[in-house]
Design a protein around this ligand. Structure first.
Ligand code: BG6
Length: 448
């Protein structure tokens, strides 16, 4: 019995699922919404844009009813900055406030805990035109936007995420569409933007604690444990360096208030250390996150010879070439726990795959069930080992448009009947994984 309890998910565990505004909402220019950098980006050939996406903006009630039927205890979504401030700053768009008010109230009516990402890749285009994150004014705009969210929604939202995957925006921004293609984005400039985002994040954390006592807020980077290609010391050293630049830079700053020293020496070597103004580090140090949210899809493997990524021969890959590593999930959680000793919240984890809609509205996504089962199993073991995991929100609650690989790369528990260029009827269809996850939640992770 004792053993069983030890391995169980705690009471009140936040069984959830995730989305982001621009990938699910559609209605890209409705009700006063301004354009974001994502609306202005060029889409890879053969993939859809984000104009309609899953049409969640118009169908949120139907979608939330389905989330409730699945038994979700939490729903992690993002607010589109340009619905609230069409130009990033200035006058509030009341229609935007109304939409998220309704969404939050709808969730609460089913006792689903809203977990809100303040900013998920969709910087207002008007701010990008003024230099985006290179311009320190964007820090003020973000702070003002975050303040607005805390004031309007802070009475009901208890979990806030500052910035989704800041590390991916810096390391892979041109693929995601967040890096401005028109300005010279030297590495130095990107790391300057990075520094400004850390400041913006710190200001939001401080404001959240002031305006919404009792609410919790944390960063939400993408974290992957980095393996050395072998036990050769050169490989181990390269893997550590890689991890400092990819992972720890983004958590040492918010948690400890200092630049990770290995990452800093890399920035020095590359000649791209940011300009740090007087008082910046004090602002960063003063803000204390309540938890660490993180997105996990896979691990990475690094070789000292190339100094870069190599593929891991021990891991299978998804149809989209992403390595599948459930044990790596546990290893990543252990490492986060050891380094930071803060509660952990998984805000993304999932399998992108081509699903087939069969006769009679059936989607047999056994591969997705297997992926999630294996990851949840490892989460359970991590908890038994002392990791303070407070929730698990796989990507994604419902099918949505991938960052750069269209809607054919599906992640959801709920199928959305459309394809890349034919919107069909957009009807919602429960996949096999929907029923499976419903039972996982109902049994608090006992039946996987
Ligand atoms: C994360 C992002 O990087 O991974 C999501 O936060 C994204 O926005 C998810 O959709 C899966 O990546 P992709 O490229 O398959 O959409």
């Amino acid at each position: 019995m004792i053993q069983k309890n030890k391995k169980s998910f705690p009471e009140g565990f936040l069984w959830g699922a995730s989305t982001s505004a621009y990938q699910v909402e559609g209605a890209w220019n409705e009700d006063g919404k301004g354009p974001s950098v994502i609306d202005m980006k060029k889409h890879p050939e053969g993939t859809t844009d984000f104009k309609v996406a899953s049409d969640h903006y118009h169908r949120y009630k139907e979608d939330i009813a389905l989330f409730a039927e699945m038994g979700l205890k939490a729903y992690r979504f993002s607010i589109a900055w340009t619905r609230i401030y069409p130009e990033g700053t200035g006058k509030i768009n009341q229609k935007g406030i109304e939409f998220y008010d309704n969404l939050i109230n709808e969730l609460l009516s089913y006792n689903i805990e809203p977990i809100v990402t303040i900013y998920h890749f969709d910087l207002p285009y008007a701010l990008q035109q003024k230099g985006g994150w290179s311009n320190r004014e964007t820090i003020d705009a973000y702070e003002n936007y975050a303040k607005t969210l805390f004031e309007f929604f802070g009475d009901r939202v208890k979990y806030w995420l500052t910035i989704n995957e800041q590390n991916m925006m810096i390391l892979h921004g041109s693929v995601i569409g967040t890096t401005d293609p028109n300005i010279k984005n030297s590495k130095k400039e990107l790391y300057q933007q990075n520094h400004h985002m850390f400041l913006a994040q710190a200001k939001a954390i401080k404001l959240c604690h002031e305006i919404c006592p009792g609410a919790k807020i944390g960063p939400a980077p993408n974290i992957s444990y980095v393996y050395p290609a072998s036990c050769k010391p050169e490989d181990v050293c390269a893997a550590q360096t890689y991890s400092s630049i990819r992972n720890w830079l983004y958590l040492d700053l918010p948690v400890f208030g200092r630049y990770n020293s290995v990452a800093w020496s890399y920035l020095e070597k590359e000649g791209c250390t940011p300009d740090i103004k007087e008082g910046d580090m004090e602002i960063i140090k003063a803000a204390k996150p309540d938890f660490i949210a993180f997105n996990y899809y896979s691990t990475e493997t690094v070789s000292g010879d190339s100094g870069g990524r190599v593929s891991n021969p021990h891991l299978k890959k998804t149809q989209f070439g992403w390595e599948i590593d459930p044990l790596g999930f546990r290893i990543t959680m252990r490492e986060l726990h050891d380094r930071y000793n803060l509660p952990l919240l998984v805000t993304e984890n999932g399998l992108g795959a081509y699903d087939t809609l069969e006769e009679g509205d059936i989607v047999n996504d056994d591969y997705r069930i297997e992926f999630l089962r294996n990851h949840i199993e490892q989460a359970k073991l991590a908890i038994a080992e002392g990791v303070n995991l407070i929730g698990y929100c796989p990507w994604s609650a419902i099918d949505l448009v991938s960052t750069h690989e269209g809607i054919s790369k599906r992640y959801g528990f709920i199928y959305v009947n459309r394809d890349e260029f034919d919107l069909k009827d957009l009807r919602r269809i429960k996949k096999k994984s929907f029923y499976w996850y419903k039972n996982v939640i109902a049994t608090n992770g006992e039946e996987l």
